[in-house]
Design a protein around this ligand. Sequence first.
Ligand code: PBG
Length: 329
Amino acid sequence: MTFPLTRPRRLRRSPALRALVRETTLDPKDFVYPLFFHAGITEKRPISTMPGVFQLPVGDAAEMARTLVQRKVGGCILFGLPEHKDDKGLAGLDPDGPVPRAVREMKSAAPELLVMTDVCVDEYTSHGHCGVLSPGRDGTLEVDNDQTIEILAKMAVVHAKAGADVVAPSDMMDGRVIRMRKELDAEGFADTSILSYAVKYASAFYGPFREAADCAPQFGDRAGYQMDPGNAREGLREAALDEAEGADMLMVKPALPYLDVLRDVRRATTLPLAAYNVSGEYSMLHAAADRGMVNLDRAVLEVLTSIKRAGADFILTYHALHATELLGA
Ligand code: PBG
C-alpha cells in the first residue's frame, strides 16, 4: 500500500493560507530604534555610512518621541555625543549631557514611550575605548575593568534620574551588571531595568556606528574586552553570568552573523532576549540595494524575520521606522 503523497505546497496556495500557518510574524512593537543625540548641533546631520540615519540635536527629541509613539514602535535606545571628551569619559556623567537631556525631552513629550539608554564610556572618551585606561603588567595601556564599572554604575544612575526606563550596558566589562544594580537600588531606582549587552562580539559590523557615535578607538581594537567571533559556548557563559548578576533582559550582538548564538541563548534562559541588528548589517543592505543587487524592502523584512525566528523577543534596528512602514502599521 502506498501512502498518500504529503504535499507541503498545499499550505502555500494562497496569501490567506500562508498567513494562517506563518510561524513568525513581525510587529512594530518588536523594534527598538537607536538614536544619536549630539550636544553640539542645532540641525540634524546625516551619517555618510548609514543612509537615512542622522545625528540629532536634542531639540529634535520631543518630535521624535511623538513619532515613535504614533508609529507604535517598541521603544528607542539613546546614544550621546558630548561637546568635549576626556580620557575617562566623564562627560557621560553630566546630568545635562545629550542623553539625559534627550531622555527628559522625550519623556515629557511622550511619557508612554519606552526609553532605553546605552551605558558605555566610548562615546565620551578621547581615545574611543569602552573604559578607563591604565598600564597593564607589561606597561601597555589597557582598559581597567574595575575602575570602569564604577563610572558605568554612576552613568546608569544619571540616566535613570533623567527618566530612562531601561539602562543597557554595552561595554563588556566583567561584573558591571551587579555593580550597576547595586548603585541603582541604593539611589532609589530599584524599578529601572537592566538590558545587558551580555553576548557582544568584537565585530567588523560596528564600522558605520563608529562614525555615527564618533567613537572609533584611537589605537588598538576592542578584542581585549569584546568576545571572539569563534566562541559560542562562551556566549552561554556570559549570558548566565549576567542573569546571575541580576540582568532583567539579555542581548546578543551583532545579530545576523550570530543567529546560532542567539538560538543557543534563547534555549538557555527564560529572560527576555534582544538582538542588535547593528550598523554594518544595516548599511550592507542599503549598499546592496543601491547597486540593484537586492530589493531593500523585502530584504529588510526577511532579515528582521530571521532574527525573530532565531529567538529574539525584540530587535534593536535602524530599520525600525522603515520596517514599520512596510508592515503597513
Ligand atoms: C559601544 C557600542 C557599540 C555599538 C553599540 N554600543 C560600538 C562598539 O562596541 O564598537 C555598535 C552598534 C552598531 O554598530 O550599530 N558603546
